[in-house]
Design a protein around this ligand. Sequence first.
Ligand code: NIG
Ligand code: FE
Length: 423
Amino acid sequence: MSMLITGIKSLLGIETDPVPYVSGKAMSRVQSLEDAWLLMHEGRISDFGPMKELEREGFRKQFPDLKEVSASGKIVLPAFCDSHTHLVYAGSRELEYTDKIRGLSYEEIARRGGGILNSTALLQATSEDEIYEQSLLRVHEIMQLGTGAVEIKSGYGLSTETELKMLRVIRRLRETSPVDIRATFLGAHSIPAGFREDPDRYVDLVVEEMIPAVAEEGLADFIDVFCDRGFFTVPQTERILEAGLIHGLKPKIHANELDFSGGIQTGVKYQALSVDHLEFTGQEEIQCLLDSGTMPTLLPGASFFLGLKYAPAREMIEAGLPVALASDFNPGSSPSGNMKFIMSLGCIQLRMLPEEVLHAVTLNTAYAMGLHETHGSICRGKKANVVITKEIPGLAYLPYAYGSDLIDTVILGGEVMYPDLKV
Ligand code: NIG
Ligand code: FE
């Protein structure tokens, strides 16, 4: 299967010399080609160039099945990579949303047994098939919004049996959906009801029973811990990460959402692929992240939805760090996987430039889930995961028109998935 996109107004996010991620000043430089064509063959990006040098006839001879798509007036960019979601869950939590409007904080709701524990109860009461069906709809929804690769966490099970149930649902989604999926085991998402008096006993369960069981079935790529005030401490986090590493699970952790929790330093110490949230980040944390391979990943959707402060993206970029932006799609703190809206929050609330934001939702998030060699840019040999926009003036229009649906076509693995795929 070969496809040629022609007349592209602007081909964005090109890489000729691929790098794992983009940091500091380089984040504001997006490589692009105006009036371009893009050739995809057998699921990969094969070549691209300016329209005036298009070898159409040569391509037709070379690829007799060549399908041609016109993108006149439109922009083509790499499909979004969303490196932090909890999109496998049962039901929804709009009642807590109303409680929040009435004045209860996220932490207060959690203390009263709501929040994550509410999703745990819903998940336990829902069959694996039903959870799969609900989650598949969410995967299709984000795919239609331009996401081509996504990381999904467990963490609403909080018992060995239900954590495995969640991870099996993620595995099924991985096998059946066109979106590329990475799985993270997040048994340490919250302390379940029976363990409140002795949280270390729950950590024992995570370390001694859950991690070996998850590894035995090969259900996860990464391990995560909610290392924050009121959830898991640094010593507990370290125990869990060490056990995960023994079983080949690389860390990607929740850190510094609610306080200066020490989570960022812990993530760096254990060579986490990413530390995520980071609303509470100061100079010490920034220094610690510099020269590490750990991707600072910001989740502005959670700050927006919970009315919390935003992470200091500008300071991070000025200091030379890379920044990734993910959706955190989950029922409690960010019930949306719309990465275009995350781009808008990046610009409006984090004061990132549209060019910086583009890197933050493509290549840098690809890195944050170990996919940078195959995803996140328009690069010869990478997977043909691209988005064609509607007719728009330029890149900045995407985050600017924050409520408009500007996604025209989503191509994954070189095949049109939206709008052709009827879901
Ligand atoms: O990333 N912060 C911890 N976990 C999720 C929230 C999950 C929930 O409230 O259901 C987050 O925001
Ligand atoms: Fe999260």
